[in-house]
Design a protein around this ligand. Structure first.
Ligand code: SIN
Ligand code: MN
Length: 252
């Protein structure tokens, strides 16, 4: 990484694996501002909702589709993120949505195997030219339910998603066999690290049975030229603004 811009090697890694991990994309000071906003800010408190996983544990998250004017907007428009997403997708992008995943100690629920495009296709998005940037706010470990991915599974294309337990997940008849065909990677992350991942990458996570929170902030982007069919528009299809690199710290 030079100036936090992904190298050609890292972009090739994304193309091959369906993800690339960027350590320390955000500084400890920036993560501290985000954590403070999770714990005391209004947007997360107002937008949080939770659905129980198959064991009754809550997979709680706060989600929004407008950038707004706060630390989350500052992170979602910072050049380190927006320019790297443009580089990976190789085209201009639009902000799609942001969400804070509140996988809290002893209580955070599991996520079934799924592709994000398994959900987003049903929202009308035509092409899988979409991706997520998953930022660890706490250390993500095997014990507190870090993300697990199937390396290279984005090459499968979109799978059929059905109801799995209490969630929507990738076809449970196909998953056991697919799991044997790809390397399963537990993506352990230090706070401030970012995982850029393709919308067709299969991912899952276990419940958080540990004493440590595993909270994360996920920024999702769509190619500007990727239309959304139907009349239920979930995002403004405008070029994602690019803000200042130090904007997050202005909310300190
Ligand atoms: C998780 O937070 O473990 C799941 C996140 C996701 O599915 O995007
Ligand atoms: Mn997901």
């Amino acid at each position: 990484m030079t100036n936090n811009i992904l190298s050609t090697t890292k972009v090739e890694q994304f193309d091959r694996d369906g993800y690339v991990l960027v350590p320390d994309l955000f500084s400890p000071a920036e993560v501290a501002v985000m954590i403070r906003s999770v714990e005391g800010g209004s947007r997360v408190a107002e937008m949080t909702r939770g659905t129980a996983d198959a064991t009754g544990k809550k997979a709680r998250l706060a989600i929004w589709h407008e950038l707004g004017d706060d630390v989350w907007a500052a992170a979602s428009t910072c050049p380190r993120v927006v320019n790297n997403v443009r580089i990976i997708l190789r085209e201009e992008i639009a902000f799609f949505h942001g969400k804070v995943m509140l996988k809290e100690a002893k209580s955070g629920g599991a996520w079934e195997w799924h592709q994000d495009y398994g959900y987003w296709y049903d929202q009308g998005y035509v092409f899988p030219r979409m991706l997520s940037v998953f930022v660890a706010l706490d250390a993500a470990t095997k014990e507190n339910g870090c993300l697990n991915v199937l390396r290279g599974s984005h090459e499968l294309g979109r799978l059929t998603h059905t109801i799995v337990g209490t969630q929507t997940g990738a076809d449970p008849n196909r998953m056991p066999q697919l799991e044997t065909m790809f390397e399963r990677v537990a993506v352990t992350m230090s706070p401030g690290s970012a995982l850029f991942f393709h919308c067709n990458l299969l991912h899952t996570s276990a419940p958080n049975l540990s004493d440590h929170h595993r909270r994360s902030f996920i920024m999702c982007y769509n190619a500007l030229a990727n239309p959304q069919l139907g009349d239920k528009k979930t995002s403004a299809q405008v070029p994602c603004p690019v803000g200042a690199d130090d904007a997050i710290l202005k909310f300190a």
